[in-house]
Design a protein around this ligand. Structure first.
Ligand code: MG
Length: 310
């Protein structure tokens, strides 16, 4: 298909980077704790599907997230390759020290754009969460690490209602000013529509943050995930967070469905002739396999559609 065949294709990129967040963001929200060996197997399946950015685990406290208490052991067992990035979530300086000791080359820090989710999920105000991130990001950058900044609840919060765009932009800019290389905008409860997405990305651009500094992280609660991705791609964002099988949710946000499924995203991008390097059937099979370990049905539509042949 030539680019001129579809009016929308002219406005879309030729290549998209997928950040596969299933092993961390997905598994931390599942009730079942998966054995380390199965996590290694999952990551190997994701690599075989063509993924080159896999959020592997988290160094939050084992008491808060027991599902990922084996972070150091997992990182010692997964295959490290020069072309593959394994960002890990780090909540504080103690987590950073554990991550550095495990040899990580990329971390992700997180704050909430809304006040109530910050207090419930992070047990501190949004302002205090930014203060806590400051030494983590500066020490990570000094150690030569790449740093992603996650911003949660960018459209609304279950307790506070809509998150003001100005607050979202200011909080996200603070993360970038601390030194984050990339800002991932998380619609943690999946409430946003394409209009919300374009308003926010346009507001960031007006504040001097280009779409190349942004990633989008959608949850598919209301079935808006793919439409929201398309809205972001149209405005120049080319990094998308998804999870195989649509794993995940938020243990701290009632009603939040899982992440947009990787295989659903790749199916759409394949159809548009946009390269990802990820094989849709293998990505779907990896998600289906992990869902089997968890004893749950895959949330991704493509996995369900393909399941007779996977
Ligand atoms: Mg998520």
């Amino acid at each position: 298909m030539s680019r001129g065949d579809l009016p929308m294709r002219e406005r879309l990129p030729d290549r998209v980077s997928i950040v596969e967040v299933g092993p961390r963001d997905g598994l931390q929200a599942e009730r079942v704790t998966v054995p380390t060996g199965a996590k290694v197997d999952f990551i190997e399946r994701l690599l075989a599907a063509g993924h080159t950015v896999i959020e592997a685990t988290s160094f939050v406290s084992a008491a808060a997230v027991p599902q990922l208490a084996d972070a150091a052991e997992l990182l010692a067992r997964i295959p490290w390759k020069p072309e593959v990035r394994y960002p890990v979530l780090v909540p504080n300086e103690r987590g950073l020290e554990r991550a550095l000791a495990a040899g990580v080359r990329e971390i992700a820090v997180f704050v909430s754009a809304s006040e109530s989710y910050s207090r419930r999920n992070l047990q501190r105000s949004r302002a205090d969460a930014l203060v806590m991130c400051t030494p983590v990001v500066s020490r990570a950058k000094a150690a030569g690490l790449r740093v992603r900044g996650y911003l949660s609840m960018v459209f609304a919060d279950p307790w506070d209602g809509p998150t003001p765009v100005g607050t979202v932009v200011a909080t996200g800019r603070s993360l970038l000013e601390l030194g984050c290389d990339e800002l991932s905008l998380g619609d943690t409860i999946g409430i946003g529509t394409a209009a919300h997405v374009q308003r926010l990305i346009t507001a960031y651009a007006a504040a001097g943050v280009p779409p190349s500094a942004l990633a989008v992280h959608f949850h598919d609660t209301y079935g808006q995930g793919l439409a929201n991705v398309l809205a972001a791609l149209e405005l120049g964002v080319t990094t998308i967070d998804t999870s195989a099988g649509g794993l995940g949710g938020s243990a701290f946000a009632p009603g939040a469905a899982g992440n947009l499924a990787t295989e659903d995203l790749v199916w759409m991008l394949d159809g548009l002739g946009i390269e990802t390097g990820v094989n849709v059937r293998k990505a779907a099979a990896a998600g289906a396999w992990m869902c089997q370990q968890l004893g749950r049905e895959p949330a991704g539509r493509v996995t369900r559609a393909l399941s007779p042949v996977l």
